[in-house]
Design a binder for this molecule. Structure first.
Ligand code: COA
Length: 262
């Protein structure tokens, strides 16, 4: 079940990020949960970006400062602010008190507050859109991409996707194929992030079918049981968002996925 809510981007007069309205409800107790927030960054003012930057820790500020492309830098700042803001909304702990590390394969982890280190977090940024996922009791991975107009992207599926995915795309009209390539790509990246491997997991070792609700097939038995995995996806214009998640406890009742469009 999805809890879908829409918010308008703030006007220039409201660009103090810290003053933005609380969006997600507070989480009390230790129950499993799963939340994803998606933010359109195309209409963020310079003031909003500056305010968002001020809520990051020094390490992320320093990474942001090293990004030459202004648009890429703004998306990076917005994604890392959004992660903190969703966590602040959810737990009442201010943005500046959160800090993050990464596993050796790059998966983000919560470092501070230490009592929150069991939370799972995931984030993604593409030009004009960012998304974050936070969860307890679930592995979680998110990805956002915009549809490319470059038909040579389809060569990537021939080389790196599972054979049935590549064959499916080759049967489509090129414009549709580029759209579906991007949908498949977001699902594949979301899954690769949810298992913490990123591109370290060969993209031809698992496969998605787009004929119904997204489901996964494993071509690599080491990936375990595909039945535990769930997916949510949405498309808004040229943008595609995907979420992959799996419960730690297969027998527990499924938590609803809360989705917030900012
Ligand atoms: C994660 C990845 C699949 C996709 O990245 P992308 O499409 O370029 O960018 P996205 O914006 O969608 O996602 C980037 C975010 O994914 C997260 N991420 C990176 N590696 C990850 C991993 N192994 N598992 C889960 N999440 C990961 C990070 O939070 C990163 O954002 P940040 O750098 O701003 O903190 C790719 O960058 C990757 O595999 N990186 C790890 C490479 C690596 O270190 N490999 C080591 C050998 S296995």
């Amino acid at each position: 079940m999805c809890n879908l809510t829409h918010f308008n981007a703030p006007s220039a007069a409201e660009d103090r990020a810290a003053d933005w309205p609380v969006r997600f409800a507070r989480i009390d107790g230790d129950d499993a949960f799963l939340r994803i927030a998606v933010l359109d960054t195309s209409c963020l003012t310079a003031g909003a970006i500056s305010s968002m930057l001020s809520s990051l820790d020094e390490q992320k500020m320093s990474v942001a400062a090293s990004i030459r492309s202004v648009l890429h830098r703004n998306d990076f700042i917005a994604a890392h602010f959004l992660l903190r803001r969703v966590l602040e909304d959810s737990f009442g702990i201010p943005c500046r008190l959160w800090s993050f590390g990464a596993t050796e394969t790059g998966r983000p982890t919560v470092v501070c507050p230490a009592m929150m280190s069991r939370l799972r977090v995931s984030l993604s940024h593409t030009r004009g859109l960012v998304a974050v996922g936070i969860a307890r009791g679930y592995e979680v991975g998110v990805d956002v991409e915009s549809t490319s107009t470059d038909a040579t992207r389809l060569d990537i599926s021939d080389r790196f996707f599972a054979p049935d995915e590549a064959a499916y795309l080759r049967r489509l009209d090129p414009a549709v194929a580029l759209n579906d390539f991007t949908v498949l790509w977001t699902l594949k990246e979301a899954f690769a992030k949810a298992i913490g491997k990123g591109f370290g997991q060969a993209f031809h070792s698992f496969s998605f079918a787009l004929s119904g609700p997204p489901g996964i097939t494993f071509l690599d038995p080491a990936l375990g049981d595909p039945e535990v995995w769930r997916f949510w996806r949405a498309s808004v214009g040229r943008f595609h968002v995907a979420l992959a998640y799996a419960p730690d406890d297969k027998a527990a009742p499924a938590a609803p996925v809360e989705v917030l469009w900012c």
